[in-house]
Design a protein around this ligand. Structure first.
Ligand SMILES: *Cc1c(COP(=O)(O)O)cnc(C)c1O
Length: 471
């Protein structure tokens, strides 16, 4: 299998060629040249597999330039009951007949990003070893992504992580999660500024081509193809667990902002998984809801990006959407490039009056819904009262939309994207009590923490990186 760019300007490359990179050289996103097709008989046979075995079957179809035995070893190392607290890795619970919750948040940082990141950590170390290379990941985080990346990359040969976070603006839990890691290859920089300031510094570092090349600066952002592939696995797993028979439709609701998680659902569907509908659930930052309702993709400025109680979905543009639109417009790279030029020049594009609009729903199965803070609070309360479960605010965005859109006779799976322990304040507001926390994290905030506070200045961050690496 080879990889190409959504904008048509990249010579075909292999999986290991594109794994460590970010954007394609033409500014597009990398995608496989075809999707492997899984026939019903094979799908049926996959029902008997463990999570790691299923992950092997799927990942090896995309990572065709890594020997099968090595893929097997890497997925087995990534998906252990020790790391995910459960033999099933992504267990399901049935809240009431036909309504399921897919638990994706039992990894080390209690959010679904661990599922992709844990595999990425294994893959990065493997590819760097093979090539005798190193990478220095520089990222900005407001919470979930940074911690998932640090837990995945801690102690990995050939990898250093420099993670910038806004000083004093993360929750005590999130701060403790990141800053208590003792590993020498993990560096936490608390920048005196906002998350946007942190991102600007990361951009400035990446725009300094000389520095970037000399210090082998890389990223693990949500457009990384390896992350998307890893997420495809749990759609198959959930389908096999809840479909009454192979071929029957199953609907999925996915809380999303950046279209990362649900992009994997789209790919699973393109591979032949009989997904009925893929329903995007957004919060007040409703770029995606607007797109799937009207065909208008309109990115928001930072002034129009609301800080909500499901903060990991507070985004103003949905980077991974480009992968879906590429398929929607019959993989026409020139047309795709034109659409994203329109995003750059006018802030969006409108497919509402094109023939593509009807296909989003009809052929590709997409639908959407959105929530407000009051909806989240009401849904957290209702879930607790009706089913005796405590759900986090992002998952509540999903459950709210699931209850609105479920169909008679079609199993509905909502993806749980974080554990409530990560978002204590909102749970206290909804239920009046603090959410349960995994026992091994009871003392998290008491552990010694390590971070370097730094003025909001790219030059100082560069100097820090230089000093750490030249040592
Ligand atoms: C990252 C994140 C999301 C959104 O993921 P997308 O990439 O936008 O699909 C939702 N919930 C939580 C808890 C997250 O950490």
């Amino acid at each position: 299998m080879n990889y190409i760019s959504t904008r048509g300007g990249m010579a075909p490359q292999t999986f290991t060629d594109i794994l460590l990179g970010g954007l394609a050289p033409d500014g597009g996103l990398v995608v496989p040249d075809t999707y492997p097709r899984i026939e019903p008989a094979l799908l049926e046979a996959w029902s008997a597999l463990s999570y790691a075995e299923l992950a092997f079957e799927i990942v090896s179809r995309f990572a065709t330039d890594i020997p099968a035995a090595d893929v097997k070893r890497l997925v087995e190392a990534a998906y252990t009951p020790e790391a995910f607290g459960h033999a099933d890795i992504t267990p399901l619970t049935e809240l009431e007949p036909g309504l399921h919750l897919l638990h994706l948040s039992n990894g080390p940082t209690l959010a679904f990003k661990d599922i992709a990141m844990q595999l990425l950590g294994q893959l990065f170390e493997y590819v760097l070893d093979q090539r005798g290379e190193t990478i220095n990941i520089v990222g900005a985080t407001s919470g979930d992504t940074g911690s998932a990346a640090e837990y995945a990359m801690r102690g990995k040969r050939g990898v250093n992580v420099f993670m910038l976070s806004p000083h004093g603006r993360m929750s005590p839990f999130q701060r403790a999660q990141m800053f208590s890691l003792p590993d020498a290859n993990i560096h936490n920089l608390a920048v005196e500024g906002t998350f946007d300031d942190c991102q600007d510094i990361v951009k400035a570092i990446n725009n300094d081509a000389g520095f970037k090349a000399k210090y082998k600066i890389g990223a693990v952002n949500s457009i990384n193809w390896g992350r998307v592939v890893a997420q495809v696995v749990y759609y198959f797993r959930a389908y096999l667990a809840v479909a009454p028979r192979i071929g029957a439709p199953v609907d999925f609701v996915v809380p999303s902002g950046n279209f990362g998680n649900i992009c994997a659902g789209h790919i699973a569907r393109q591979m032949g998984l009989p997904v009925g509908r893929l329903i995007v659930a957004t919060n007040e930052n409703d770029v995606l809801d607007e797109f799937f309702r009207t065909g208008l993709y309109r990115v928001r400025g930072s002034a129009d990006t609301h800080a909500t109680s499901s903060p990991s979905m507070d985004i103003s543009k949905a980077s991974n959407l480009e992968r879906f639109v590429f398929d929607l417009i019959d993989r026409d790279g020139a047309e795709l490039a034109r659409l994203w030029q329109e995003v750059d020049s006018t802030g969006g594009f409108d497919l509402g009056k094109t023939r593509y609009f009807a296909r989003m729903v009809g052929e590709f199965g997409f639908a959407s819904g959105k929530s407000t803070h009051a909806d989240r609070i009401a849904t957290i309360r209702a879930a607790h009262a009706r089913w005796g479960v405590v759900i986090d605010p992002h998952t509540a965005d999903g459950v709210k939309v699931a209850l609105e859109t479920r169909r008679d006779g079609v199993p509905m799976v909502t993806l749980e994207t974080a554990l409530p322990a990560k978002f204590e304040a909102t749970i206290v507001e909804a239920l009046g009590s603090t959410p349960p926390r995994p026992a091994e994290l009871a003392d998290l905030e008491q552990r010694p923490q390590r971070s370097t506070v730094m003025a909001n200045d790219a030059a100082l961050v560069k100097a820090f990186i230089q000093q750490a690496l030249d040592r």
